[in-house]
Ligand binder design. Sequence first.
Ligand code: SIN
Length: 284
Amino acid sequence: MPITVQPLSDACGAEIKGVDLRQPIDEETKRQIECTFHEHVVVVFRDQDISEEEQIAFANTFGGLGERRRSPNGSTPGGSYETPFMFVTNIRDEKTGEPIGAFGDGEMWFHHDTSYYKEPHKATLLYSIRLPSWGGNTCFSNMYKAYENISDELKQKLDGRKVLQIHDYKRRERIDIYNSDISGMLQQEQPIFVTHPATGRKALYISRLMSARIEGLEPEENETILNHLFDISEDPSIVFEHEWELGDLVMWDNYASIHMRKDFPREEPRLMRRLTLGGYGPLS
Ligand code: SIN
């Protein structure tokens, strides 16, 4: 069945219509979805009523599932490791009061998923199950465009350097690595500019939440340059804001985009079911 594609912004994002995610995806549809995904970086499927098994089957069409890793310091978010899902939610267990999933409520700064793994996962598939009455939108920034917007002089200075990506699930802010014990946190040096294995295009690979230190820079210059890059990467002209509806499945490219979640009422449940796809290997 031919699909239709409707671009959602000048920055990135496209809605794909004409696909029922409960059904197996044939080769031609798979090819069209992949092309759209690589061109638009974020794809949205609306009005989907899918079970866990159907979400897994759809994800498996595009490659093996990403494996979740636990933090050495034990701050990995709640939710069972028996399934490949991470539940992104502010809902707590009624009896124990413990979070049943990850990332609770409130705003989450821009980040790549799993940039702190040796082989970051190539895509995330987030499915909405319960939504608050307002807020909780997810914003996606196109990191191909961010790369294009860096001056040639700065590109030359940073080319070939690595940046430390680090995350502690307990924190909502960037880690001050100069004044913290980071030994128990998930972390990985990654190229600051990456070449996407599927498209061959270059993307900026930093985020305000997780990028801590550029190789070879003194702390003051590091902060100046990273803050400049954070501003470039969050420029509204390269950001698409997704307003969730129930039954949305959004799949985004973790090499070519960063994302952030906006605030929402903390007393209202928001529940999203998240899967990732394993990566192409180490970034380069
Ligand atoms: C995430 O950062 O993976 C979740 C984003 C969201 O909850 O909107």
